[in-house]
Ligand binder design. Structure first.
Ligand code: ATP
Length: 305
């Protein structure tokens, strides 16, 4: 393994507010809720925390409201050991929140109010250009404005920085972005959305990966849930299995996987090693409830058989 390289995650942070209900209310109706809980979430934050818990040196570029949720979240980031010099508090917009209802059957409805995440614009990246310049790996998702992703791709993609995109939640991407991506890490749904190809076996995975490679993406990783992940690089094409576990809650499995890939690569692993490591970390996360509480630490992944 080589020397530790820096990771910068540019992305969202939300506070998830979860109410369990017997059944969902219909419009105009009030129902009694049961258990209520508040958890830190947001794909950017989850991935940054996964990368730092799994041994990465990680700075997070994000935007929170200057409110109780924002302050609490900032404290949480500090405790996790993230570099938060580029986490800004927005004076106008509130912290991003997700209101989640889960019914007796486990079905959920989610309303996300992005708040300050929508204020994470290219100016904030320009203000922290020094931090981004130091990064070997830049990791981002699609819960912040597209102009920020485009700016990242144009400014840092393919210029010695390795830009990794998790295209979630799926939305149309400007074509020009692809040629500046080092890697793309979609799940099966996002792959279907972006390529039109439903991944059902190795052949369809190869086909979907080729779609991204043709546009200029060097490395494609398609996550396959319990089946692990499909990896396509100039040197390797094939599926890598995830360890078998008894699943409890898959929330943030994808985020754990991506954070782990970045942490592994930054520690000097090659892609096969990093995806194998990420499968182990993500499988472990599936054995625990919740988003950030389920993200494992490096030692736990090492000890996991
Ligand atoms: P989520 O939205 O639940 O966070 P996702 O849809 O983004 O996840 P998945 O492809 O479902 O992503 O899972 C990501 C990774 O998590 C997989 O590549 C695998 O490593 C691991 N994983 C998910 N489910 C299981 C499982 N049941 N057993 C073992 N590993 C799993």
């Amino acid at each position: 393994m080589g020397q530790q390289q820096k990771i910068v995650v540019v992305g969202s942070s939300n506070t998830d507010m979860v109410v369990r209900v017997k059944r969902f209310p219909v419009p105009g109706e009030t129902v009694h809720g049961e258990e209520f809980s508040i958890h830190p979430g947001g794909k950017g934050a989850n991935q940054a925390i996964a990368a730092v818990r799994l041994g990465g040196e990680v700075a997070f570029v994000a935007r929170l409201g200057n409110d109780a949720f924002g302050h609490q979240t900032l404290e949480n980031f500090k405790n996790e050991g993230l570099d938060i010099q580029a986490v800004a508090l927005d004076e106008q917009l509130p912290s991003g929140v997700a209101q989640i209802m889960v019914d007796a059957s486990g079905e959920n409805t989610i309303v996300v109010a992005s708040g300050a995440n929508q204020g994470l614009l290219p100016q904030q990246l320009e203000a922290h250009a020094g931090l981004l310049e130091e990064a070997a790996f830049i990791l981002t998702q699609l819960e912040t404005p597209m102009e920020t992703i485009v700016y990242l791709a144009n400014t840092y993609g393919g210029k010695g920085k390795k830009l990794i995109l998790n295209p979630a939640p799926a939305c149309e991407l400007p074509e020009a972005i692809y040629k500046n991506l080092y890697a793309i890490v979609p799940n099966e749904e996002e792959t279907k959305f972006l390529t039109g190809i439903r991944v059902t076996n190795e052949a369809t995975a190869v086909h979907a990966a080729a779609h991204f490679h043709q546009k200029g993406v060097q490395v494609v990783v398609i996550t396959l849930g319990a089946a692990g992940a499909f990896l396509s690089t100039p040197d390797y094409t094939g599926s890598l299995a995830s360890p078998e576990v008894i699943p409890v809650d898959s929330t943030a499995a994808g985020d754990t996987f991506i954070g782990a890939v970045a942490a592994g690569l930054s520690a000097g692993m090659d892609w096969v090693e990093a995806v194998t490591f990420a499968n182990r970390a993500a499988a472990l996360s599936v054995t625990k409830k919740g988003a950030q509480p389920s993200i494992p630490f490096l030692q736990q992944v090492r000890e996991f058989n």
